[in-house]
Design a protein around this ligand. Structure first.
Ligand code: FAD
Length: 297
């Protein structure tokens, strides 16, 4: 289903995000994960676009596989990094020709070793320009954009960041998917500020279940989300017990999602990190129905 239509009639939109694996064993694990998670019939599975454009072709291939073999809608992430306008349009055409009708339109991070984002010669500087480009060439494409409840790290303040988010919406974005967060209060405040700023698109919270403390610490060092002290305390008390860390992470995510659903969110976007175990537990606890039908063909 297209992102533009997804949240319209009040249907809850479950979505899951995966990334292109680096090797064949990663591919096999991902395929297993997808088979398991697609049983919960997510509204779409999104596939990231590697830093620096490193997965340019793979992102389209995986999205095509999700649609053609697993019969689930896919959303392809896409960034402005290292591409001219012409190259961006060419990639979008390839995605469109592969049957992809939803794009997560992003600027991308500065490549490793660079402090600031420098657009390619003849390229785009901000995600709102990418949204405009997509709308110009593919008017019917469903478009998701990124939102930051705790402010994008490069923005001078939250109001400036919100003004820039509104540029993406005004350019034609259909929905906003947030950076991961662990303290729901940040999301509620962000949603309220968006509403006051006239941002009238669905805002879908991004949730990443913690499965391993060390792994999440690495991820947290790259984004500016608060890591609540009670959660850190529990994880540290678990020391090297990986099973205990997993239980703490899953139980925390279940509580977070229950509260978000109670607060009327239109959907939840799960950063699944290509593994199914934690999300399966969460989906079951939240009562998301699972089909027993054979999915893959
Ligand atoms: C849901 C989600 C999915 C993601 N998927 C990927 C992925 O697949 N691949 C990947 O490489 N990265 C991905 N990212 C990370 C993202 O690329 C980075 O966070 C990046 O630093 C910013 O991208 P953006 O699209 O939010 O940029 P923008 O919206 O362009 O914002 C970047 C910065 O510039 C400011 N800004 C924006 N527009 C303007 C303007 N017109 N004038 C002045 N300032 C402006 C903003 O306030 C912000 O500080 C994802 C992030 C999220 C939340």
């Amino acid at each position: 289903m297209q992102i533009s239509e997804l949240y319209r009639d009040g249907t809850f939109g479950l979505s899951v995000e995966i990334f292109p694996p680096r090797n064949e064993s990663g591919d096999a694990e991902l395929f297993k994960t997808l088979e398991e998670l697609i049983r919960y019939q997510p509204a779409f599975v999104s596939c990231t676009y590697g830093a620096g454009g490193s997965t340019s072709k793979r992102t389209i291939e995986l999205c095509a596989l999700i649609q053609n073999q697993l019969h689930n809608t896919a959303t392809a992430h896409f960034t402005c990094v290292n591409s001219t306008r012409e190259e961006l349009v060419e990639w979008l055409q390839n995605a469109f020709d592969a049957g992809i009708t939803n794009i997560m339109a992003l600027r991308g991070d500065p490549p490793a070793g660079q402090e600031t984002f420098v657009p390619a010669d003849g390229g785009l500087k901000y995600a709102n320009e990418l949204v405009t480009l997509i709308r110009e060439h593919f008017p019917k494409m469903g478009i998701g954009v990124a939102g930051y409840p705790e402010c994008h790290p490069e923005a001078s303040d939250a109001n400036v960041d919100l003004t820039n988010l509104k540029r993406k919406v005004d350019a034609g974005a259909d929905a906003i998917y947030t950076q991961l967060f662990f303290n729901n209060e940040h999301f509620y405040q962000f949603r309220e500020r968006c509403s006051q700023a006239g941002i009238d698109r669905p805002i879908i919270p991004g949730i990443m279940p913690i499965t391993e403390y060390r792994r999440i610490q690495r991820i947290m060092s790259m984004c500016s989300s608060e890591f609540p002290a009670d959660l850190v305390g529990q994880l540290e008390a678990a020391q090297d017990d990986l099973e205990a860390q997993f239980e703490i992470g899953v139980e925390y995510a279940i509580r977070q999602c229950e509260q978000l659903i109670k607060e009327g969110v239109p959907g939840i976007h799960f950063y699944v990190l290509n593994r199914s175990q934690a999300c399966k537990r969460i989906f079951d606890a939240l009562g998301f129905p699972e089909t027993q039908e054979n999915i893959a063909t």
